[in-house]
Design a protein around this ligand. Structure first.
Ligand SMILES: [Zn+2]
Ligand SMILES: [Zn+2]
Length: 368
């Protein structure tokens, strides 16, 4: 399917100002509005096309993408246009609300059931829990549908009545020349209902705030930034709509011993220069207790040893990361007389010049 250029659809130039874009769209929307062209498929297509063009050109970000990369670019950025009239009306409610009003039979302005708000919870866990997986008990304060009135807001045994001011439509209409202007009914605030006997539990709101304890399974291998979505555990919906979702954002606390590097763990271990030179076996901490590590003779400062499978489990797929051990070679700052003698003897064997050996001077004059 070839798509027409958005500027061409609206009949404007590429340099049109936001005001011109809005004005042009308003005119087209008025011309092709489904209420004025009932059953006209062609008008319907024009109406949708114009809405899509306006949706893009009124948004500086989308407009930039379109100007630079065209339809393809928008598609790549995830822009999909509109599925139906309701999407269009709700997206441009500013324009339609001001300009047209709607024929009540077709588009009732009454508030409809809508999904509740999503909630976000930040959970901080230890590195140990991130590695092994865990189950969190979260106490989430959230609004729930009132059980006393099942969300209607009316005391059990009574029911909400139709609002007398708007006749239950939620909107009041006023004619002004060609247009009908609609506004939210001030008496029922758009619900179309009037509650003369409010529910005592929720005071007529239909909702109560309650702390709910939820168990959240944290899989092994999670890292900071991971998000768990608990469908339907957010705030209660409006007028019987479905509840929102709860998003749990994971933060892994820094560890005293280990530094996490992806699924690998890094730990630094000090050994003496003698151990480095002669080799030894040391105990290295891991998340599963201490493990033995063989230090080879001639190990250098900052040399890194890798112990396989002692890191963090890969979140996807099997296997684990490694434990990498950075070796810090320590030089003694104090020596006993005996140790000093031994080291001087050692220095002789490798012909090293050391302080106080007298050799330093000899070597210096040798050069002349
Ligand atoms: Zn209630
Ligand atoms: Zn009303």
């Amino acid at each position: 399917m070839t798509r027409r250029d958005y500027y061409e659809i609206l009949g404007i130039s590429r340099s049109a100002t936001p005001e011109e874009i809005k004005k042009t769209y308003r005119q087209l929307a008025l011309k092709y509005h489904p209420d004025r062209n009932p059953g006209d498929k062609e008008a319907e297509a024009h109406f949708k096309e114009a809405a899509e063009a306006y949706e893009v050109l009124r948004d500086p970000n989308k407009k930039r993408i379109y100007d630079q990369y065209g339809h393809e670019g928008l598609h790549g950025a995830g822009f999909e246009g509109f599925n139906n009239f309701d999407d269009i009306f709700s997206s441009f409610s500013d324009i339609f609300g001001e300009m047209f009003g709607f024929s009540p039979g077709r588009r009732s302005g009454r508030r409809r059931p809508s999904k509740g708000a999503d909630l976000r919870y930040d959970a901080t866990i230890t590195l140990e829990d991130a590695a092994a997986g865990t189950e969190l008990d979260l106490d989430i304060p959230r609004t729930e549908t009132c059980e006393g009135c099942t969300g209607t807001g009316a005391e059990p045994g009574s029911s909400p009545e139709r609002c007398s001011a708007c006749g239950g439509k939620g909107q009041v209409y006023r004619s002004q020349g060609f247009f009908t202007i609609s506004t939210t009914c001030p008496q029922c605030r758009g619900t179309g209902q009037y509650i003369s006997n409010p529910c005592t539990t929720c005071k007529g709101s239909g909702k109560i705030v309650r702390e709910k304890r939820l168990k959240v399974k944290i899989p092994p291998g999670v890292d900071t930034g991971a998000t768990m979505r608990l469908t339907g555990e957010g705030e209660a919906g409006e007028l019987g709509g479905p509840p929102g979702d709860l998003y749990v954002l994971i933060q892994v606390r820094p560890h005293d011993t280990f530094v996490r590097q992806g699924d690998n763990l890094y730990v630094e271990i000090p050994i003496s220069f003698v151990q480095a030179a002669l080799g030894t076996t040391i105990k290295v901490p891991s998340l599963n207790g201490e493990v033995d590590l063989e230090i080879k003779p001639g190990t250098q400062p900052n040399q890194v040893y890798t112990i396989k499978d002692q890191g963090i489990k890969h979140l996807r797929g099997g296997g684990k990361g490694a434990l990498t051990v950075g070796i810090r070679v320590q030089i003694p700052t104090k020596l006993t007389r005996e140790q000093e003698q031994l080291l001087r003897s050692f220095a002789e064997t490798v012909k090293d010049t050391v302080k106080g050996s007298g050799k330093q001077k000899r070597n210096f004059f040798k050069g002349f």
